[in-house]
Design a protein around this ligand. Structure first.
Ligand code: SF4
Length: 410
């Protein structure tokens, strides 16, 4: 094995597919010239993710050299930190979403996912730059390639990313880390060749079309051209707004029934006009329902993401929530995912919400906290959870995350 490695993590998820955090696919040729690829199985049990003991007994195949790491999640970054303390003769250069997603403020650059509270080892570099930029190559310079880890069975399901661009064109929602991304690290794929169509893998492929929120232009150029088949499906996030819905309608008119199998993720956050205004979602109840209905009638699956834990709900929000849940037809939403509001350091939510005493730390990294709300707001949020559960049962919507609300404050 060479003394330069490009390390990517993978793990089997609770849903049974393998999540390949394939950060080096865009730079495969370049990395291959410089070193070897190396897959590491990431801890699958997320109850152990914040236990520092989880990361100490993971041996590396080299003792000196350089390891480039693609880290998608904070605990993968913490794994890199742990290795850096254990292997002083290896330089660790960590990129990937959790490292790269950053903004610059008065105190210099800061990650949008964590705050560094202690000095980092000298041999650990956390970077927002792509490998191409570190090696002075133009962006998206080589072939997109993906080697499947040996531990993944041939006929299983794999989930991997194909980057369209690494920001969000909307960039306004106040709780969102993506909205803060530093524009100097903006990457956008110009040639959409969908290279993953040549992947030599017999199982099922779930392709994440990676961008904060897909643009109307993407919808028009990508959907009519992406590979279709029984063994491939797509996932992406979209704003439930007029421009995107019109773009979808145009595409469907053009391609008719030959639409690719897609699950569209919608950040509903909290369905009321008051809350959407507060969050700067730039959309209204009418537009959202129209988008969701159109998707279902056409055959797209809808994954709606709702957040609870707000500290400013009013009675009218609950009425709007109920109206929203009553407003769409049965099975319009395939899955509704609930989560408790999490305050990432440096966000407006972090500065304005209570709960800092619950801060989650991994080594030197302050990851933020699950927000806390007062009794009155707890009651309103709890009532919102009850309405959602009841209506999901009625509308035959799969509800996920309800039990995890306990990890918040309900
Ligand atoms: S549309 Fe989505 S990705 Fe974009 S800023 Fe809002 S929440 Fe973030």
């Amino acid at each position: 094995m060479k003394d330069t490695l490009f390390l990517q993590f993978f793990n089997k998820t609770k849903s049974g597919y393998y999540d390949l955090c394939n950060g080096f696919s865009d730079t495969w040729d370049l990395c291959r010239q410089k070193g070897d690829f190396f897959w590491v199985e990431h801890e699958p049990d997320n109850d152990k993710w914040y236990d520092e003991q989880t990361y100490i007994d993971r041996e590396l195949p080299i003792n000196k050299g350089t390891i480039y790491i693609s880290a998608s999640y904070i605990n993968q970054l913490f794994q890199a930190y742990t290795w850096a303390t254990q292997y002083p003769d290896i330089d660790f250069i960590v990129g990937g979403p959790v490292a790269a997603e950053r903004y610059t403020g008065q105190e210099g650059w800061n990650s949008v996912h964590f705050k560094v509270e202690k000095e980092l080892p000298q041999n650990l570099m956390i970077t927002g730059q792509s490998v191409e930029s570190l090696f002075n190559m133009p962006e998206f310079s080589g072939n997109w390639r993906l080697e499947i880890p040996d531990a993944v069975p041939e006929n299983s399901r794999i989930y991997f990313s194909y980057t369209l661009e690494n920001q969000c064109y909307w960039k306004k929602c106040i709780f969102c880390t993506i909205s803060q991304h530093y524009k100097e690290h903006f990457r956008k794929r110009k040639n959409l060749d969908f290279e993953f169509k040549n992947l030599d893998f017999k199982g099922h492929k779930i392709v994440r079309l990676n961008t904060g929120s897909i643009t109307p232009a993407h919808i028009k150029t990508i959907l009519p051209n992406i590979p279709i088949g029984d063994d491939i499906e797509y996932r992406f996030f979209m704003r439930a707004a007029k421009a995107e819905t019109n773009a979808l309608k145009q595409v469907v008119n053009k391609i008719g029934k030959k639409i690719p199998e897609c699950t569209l993720g919608f950040g509903i956050e909290f369905p009321s006009d008051h809350m959407w205004q507060y969050l700067d979602k730039g959309t209204s109840m009418k537009e959202v329902i129209e988008t969701l209905e159109f998707c279902t009638q056409t055959g797209f699956k809808v994954n709606a993401n709702v957040i609870l834990g707000w500290n400013n709900l009013v009675e009218q929000d609950l009425k709007d929530l109920e109206k929203f849940m009553d407003g769409f037809s049965e099975r319009t939403v395939t899955t509704l995912q609930l989560r408790w509001l999490f305050a990432h350091p440096y966000t407006k939510i972090y500065e304005t919400y209570d709960g800092v005493q619950n801060t989650i730390r991994l080594g030197p990294f302050n990851c933020g906290f699950n927000v806390m709300v007062d009794d009155r707001q707890k009651k309103l949020n709890l009532e919102a959870a009850r309405i959602i559960k009841e209506k999901c049962t009625l509308k035959k919507v799969k509800l996920e995350g309800y039990k995890n609300l306990r990890k918040g404050q309900l």
